[in-house]
Design a protein around this ligand. Sequence first.
Ligand code: SAT
Ligand code: MN
Length: 586
Amino acid sequence: MSTPVESWVEESARLTKPAKIVWVDGSADEHARLVDGMLRDGTFIELNPKTYPDSYLHRSSPTDVARTEHLTYICTREKSEAGPTNNWMAPEQAKDMVRPLFDGAMAGRTMYVVPYILGPVASPYCRIGVEITDSAYVVASMRIMSRIGKVALDRLGHSKNFVPGLHSLGDLDPSRRFIVHFPEEQLIWSVGSGYGGNALLGKKCFALRIASWIARQEGWMAEHMLILGLEDPSGKITYMSAAFPSACGKTNLAMMVSGLEDQGYRVWTVGDDIAWMHVGSDGQLRAINPEAGFFGVAPGTNSRTNPNVMKALRRDTILTNVALTAEKEPWWEGIDGAPPTGLTNWRGEPYTFGKEPAAHPNSRYTVPASQVTCMSKDWESPEGVPISAIIFGGRRARVAPLVYQSRNWQHGVYVGATMASETTAANTGAVGVTRRDPMAMLPFCGYNMGDYFGHWLEMGRRVKHPPAIFHVNWFRRGADGRYLWPGYGENVRVLKWMLDRIEGRAAADETPIGYVPARGSLTLDGLNLSKDTLDELLRVDSTDWANEAEATGAFFARFGDRLPEELRQEQESLISRTQKTAVVPK
Ligand code: SAT
Ligand code: MN
């Protein structure tokens, strides 16, 4: 008798017709064989074995360099279940359209079966997925990003309690590329892309889209959030989670070397991209990181912006679509040191400095968490870490101040639901356009986002001490276009203000949008920030926010009666607050 996973593998093999099937066990021998094969067929290029041992460069197809949200679907029986922000197809229609692309897609290729665990192996909250793929690069990446092989299969046994994900590179033609999710049967199909978020099905597809659906049913949360611990001078660690859209600095914040280290404040990493949060047995909101590695944006990463990851990626790392130096070392825009000569660009062509960057703007490193020295000692704690603050944030040149605190949980949900950010290279499409990206989940919520807001409100009622909710914007610019805030390691000053707020130490001024730091409550010593700059960083302009309220009103209207009444009230409250302050002379 076949186990449920064996039956599904047989069924998938009948469809995709691989030359051979390999059950991935996760061992070092197996990995060495895979790497050998990839070096031989050009999937991997070996990096300098002296300076980057056991590390490899992968160049993707030039039309397959980022997630493709326009080719990503949530397939539920009722369109209203997917909601107005997701692409939708009926499940049968999607299967009829995509099945032919899988038919014979693995002919002459190897089918890898990758069982994996999301979350710490000992956690009651961990989940099992099985990805079938014909990409050895995907297997090697999954090995870094999750716990794969025997450990997962042993745990699964004869159970049918796993999320199946079928992936094939297909012919990599974007016109035959689809990333489709069937939350009702907890199934993922992805064809035509080998890129991270499209192809590592444990990441956005399972840990966010399918998991958010499960989480609503079961009363927990699957969020696009980093998790960090802020240590204070007494050694006490306070955990915070933060939702920023892709490529807005989650990894750098999570791994930050604190600018206040000499005052006793340090940051410890639990995760950089995804948080699964449950109400723990103590009634607190507790977060685990479902992943085991980091898939971070390379450009801009250097020993100032993220020294911890720069050290970590010196071995056993995969680099995707970065440039290559003559010494066979990886290179990207913003890396340390002077621009070298003799570079090869991300496409594999000789490079001369000019208009086009040498590394793709969405080029990535894939590095195991075990190599990162700032990991929290509790990063694999089975119960998860207790979350005291939730931070929302985006990339906004204008409007949003450096930091503000919501009045309470309900208002905080409104702050998250109305988040906006300028788009980045993490998705295929225009860059720099302001879009609404609620809780940074716009591309990742596996169901109707109106219901998702309702779920957030419900979770706030269930948690004993709901975390304080803040909003940050590291990216505000002055009239001259320059960033006003130094960012990176100095962001700890904002985290410290949050900690001081939670502990009742820091003063704040009330504004129409919430509480901003009172003068003197932010620790700014040694920064050389002028009073004008600080004023501009913290400025809440009533006209800006009246316009903002209008824009969010239009966004909310898309949800019709699925928008929770509480958010409608918050919306009205913001409108009346901006009007009130507008008539108060300064
Ligand atoms: O989607 S990925 O996981 O590849 C990266 C991102 O956009 O966050
Ligand atoms: Mn992400």
